[in-house]
Design a protein around this ligand. Structure first.
Ligand code: ZN
Length: 207
């Protein structure tokens, strides 16, 4: 299908040995330090440039911006043991119109053979229906953004009852965001299945 080809083509910017190695190293680095790591892929003409890896606190990371004359075509950041984008990752991706958003995490650790997994969400920003889904994501952010921030920043200070109430709202947010992504995926605007091969990305604890 033509749409799938588009996603495959977009994801190719990450599928290079040097970039895969860099992503793998950052996942390992996060496991050691507990801090998120990431970088951007910026495009100018036919040239691609990776920004210097930056570190963030546990759950949030500011990846910076590409230069004014560049397009931000890709992002990568680490997520510890979970490879799903957070609601704010989804919002940032649509806000900036980033084509490929990759997350690196350690997987299969529960089976005793940890491996690095890189999972990418591709967004076809040229798709005729892109703007429609972008609007929906940004509207959801208006409603749920403050709730999600409150959860990140204040949940530990709340009473059990308040925490439970807020948690229900956070779950509701995740369901709503993912519902929009499901529809965007059906329309061919989004592809969340873009998974870079983990076979050659084995995690070696002795390194
Ligand atoms: Zn994230």
């Amino acid at each position: 299908m033509a749409e799938n080809m588009k996603h495959e083509e977009q994801c190719r910017i990450f599928n290079r040995p040097s970039i895969l190695k860099r992503m793998r190293d950052l996942v390992k680095s996060e496991i050691k330090t507990g801090e998120e790591h990431g970088f951007l892929v910026c495009k100018r003409g036919e040239d691609y440039r990776l920004t210097e890896p930056c570190k963030g606190t546990e759950c949030e990371i500011e990846l910076g911006h590409c230069r004014d004359d560049e397009e931000q075509v890709g992002t990568f950041h680490t997520h510890g043991l979970f490879s799903f984008p957070s609601c704010s990752d989804i919002v940032t991706a649509f806000e900036r119109g980033t084509r490929v958003n990759c997350i690196g995490a350690l997987t299969c650790w529960w089976l005793g053979y940890p491996a690095v997994m890189i999972k990418c969400m591709s967004i076809d920003v040229d798709h005729p229906e892109y703007d429609k889904f972008r609007d929906r994501i940004l509207k959801l952010d208006e409603i749920y953004g403050p709730i999600l921030s409150k959860w990140d920043e204040e949940s530990e200070r709340l009473s059990d009852e308040e925490e439970k109430k807020l948690y229900d709202k956070v779950i509701e947010a995740h369901i709503k965001f993912n519902k929009v992504l499901d529809e965007a995926e059906k329309a061919g605007v989004v592809d969340r299945a873009a998974l870079l091969d983990i076979k050659d990305l084995e995690y070696d604890e002795t390194e």
